[in-house]
Design a binder for this molecule. Structure first.
Ligand code: GDP
Ligand code: IMO
Ligand code: MG
Length: 421
């Protein structure tokens, strides 16, 4: 009903748009759910009844027995973290085995020194970026530097892994005791993960040939992209449509649809400019109503109005073909809604998303106002049953982005979603 072709579920803003919830909805109709980038910095939430699941490295398709889940080559993996995530799901009664979870042998590892480096940067005022402290940036840096990075395929050849790891520890002055403790743990984890590790690119090529239906579950958001985001306050991977291809080893033609997940307002965790931020009572109200606290770190999320300058930029980079608008219920009861339709700087209109942060910091939002609605939308399951002003808000977003809204979410629970044909 919702899945029209192989679909990239894209983060259109600064992350936490409800990609997990939307990917879970699409997974009901898919054969494969694949993650192409990011790592345990992601926190994707799915609620089934009263049960909450937060995914960091595993795709949300694990919650669907018929889905094969792929963690692609572009993902950086903390070995302990992924073992823990698998075990936690198994303890909660979910099947996670070598058939429904495949991990790329080319995926890079987040090693203990990457975690240490991320924490050291965050603890020093000068280098602080407001990261999730999961070692993601340092792991991608090592991947690009090519000197001392390690991949899943290295872990699977443990004698060679041991030798290489010892060499790296020696170069980095890591004490022998610490090195041996890590290696002992990694030896166990390697055996635990062995049934899952494979050439996932080949699996995807076969699936594409066989006409399987695939959901590409994006992580982070376009404005956190390493190239296009608010650099340096970004993550270290390609969070946009291009990243799906490089992070899985598939051609652009394999991505048939890009469903942008657009939160009905904007949030951001961590540092960096945010022109439509509401650092006032509205911001606090939305934070409470939307329970805007990080799924990975628990940090309060900064809240703001919808920003069309950022979204138009995001749409052009990704090629949105559909919009899934989430958290509409959070806006219930607001008398007036604002949409940032442009920026002004020194009295001049700015219609492009600026590269230089000092310029973005000086941009003032230009707002268009729309009337809100007083009704409770959380129980609505048919688009036509939404309050007229809620539909008008959605249709304004649709017009501003020239892309149809095909899905609306009005609550955290899996079923609080409606498709619009
Ligand atoms: P992701 O990283 O894009 O998957 O999003 P997160 O899971 O980090 O953040 C979305 C948060 O909003 C989670 O707590 C979800 O349970 C919750 N959520 C998702 N959709 C809705 C919705 O439509 N309404 C409300 N009230 N909460 C939602
Ligand atoms: P999901 O997939 C929101 C942010 C961090 C920080 C910056 C860099 O759940 O939407 P990193 O640890 O990646 O080096 O941090 O990126 N960030 C996210 N913000 N949602 C995420 O993922 C994020 N992943 C990273 O807060 O500002
Ligand atoms: Mg999240």
């Amino acid at each position: 009903m919702l899945l029209k072709g192989n679909t990239f579920v894209a983060g259109s803003q600064w992350g936490d748009e409800s990609k997990g919830k939307i990917a879970d909805c699409l997974a009901a109709e898919a054969d494969i759910v694949a993650r192409a980038q990011g790592g345990p910095n992601a926190g994707h939430t799915v609620w089934i009844g009263e049960k909450k699941y937060v995914f960091h490295l595993l795709p949300c398709g694990i919650l669907h027995d018929h889905c094969v889940n792929i963690v692609g080559n572009g993902v950086v993996i903390g070995v302990e973290g992924i073992v823990h995530e698998i075990e936690s799901l198994q303890e909660r009664g979910w099947r996670v085995d070598g058939k429904n979870l495949l991990i790329s042998d080319r995926a890079h590892l987040i090693l203990p020194r990457h975690l240490a480096a991320d924490n050291a940067n965050e603890d020093s005022e000068g280098n602080k970026l407001g990261t999730t402290r999961r070692g993601v940036g340092p792991a991608y840096s090592d991947k690009a530097a090519r000197i001392s990075a390690m991949r899943m395929c290295d872990l699977m050849e443990f004698d060679l892994f041991r030798e290489k790891y010892a060499r790296i520890c020696d170069m980095s002055d890591i004490p022998e005791e610490e090195m041996n403790a890590t290696l002992d743990a990694y030896a166990d984890h390697a055996e635990f993960l062995r049934p899952h590790v494979t050439d996932t690119t080949a699996v995807l090529h076969d699936a594409l040939e066989a006409g399987k239906r695939i959901v590409f579950e994006g992580a982070q958001g376009t404005l956190l992209d390493i190239d296009f985001g608010t650099y340096p306050y970004v993550t270290s991977s390609s969070t946009t449509a291009g990243g799906v291809c490089t992070g899985l080893g598939i051609p652009p033609s394999a991505v048939q649809e890009t469903m942008a997940v657009v939160k009905a307002y904007t949030t951001r965790v961590g540092l960096g400019p945010f022109p439509s931020e509401m650092d006032d009572v509205f911001g606090a109200k939305v934070r409470e109503a939307g329970d805007e606290y990080g799924a990975t770190t628990g940090r309060p999320r900064r809240c703001g109005w919808l920003d069309m300058v950022g979204l138009r930029y995001s749409s052009r980079i990704n090629g949105f073909t559909q919009l899934a608008v989430s958290k509409m219920d959070v806006l219930d009861g607001l008398e007036t809604l604002r949409i940032c339709v442009g920026y002004r700087r020194n009295g001049e209109a700015v219609d492009r998303f600026p590269a230089l942060l000092s310029v973005l910091e000086e941009c003032e939002p230009v707002y268009e106002e729309m009337p809100g609605w007083s009704e409770d939308t959380s129980a609505v399951r048919e688009y036509d049953q939404l309050p007229a002003n809620a539909r008008a808000y959605l249709e304004r977003i649709e017009a501003l982005l020239d892309t149809p809204v095909t899905c609306v979410s009005v609550g955290k629970e899996r079923s609080a979603t409606m498709a619009r044909m």
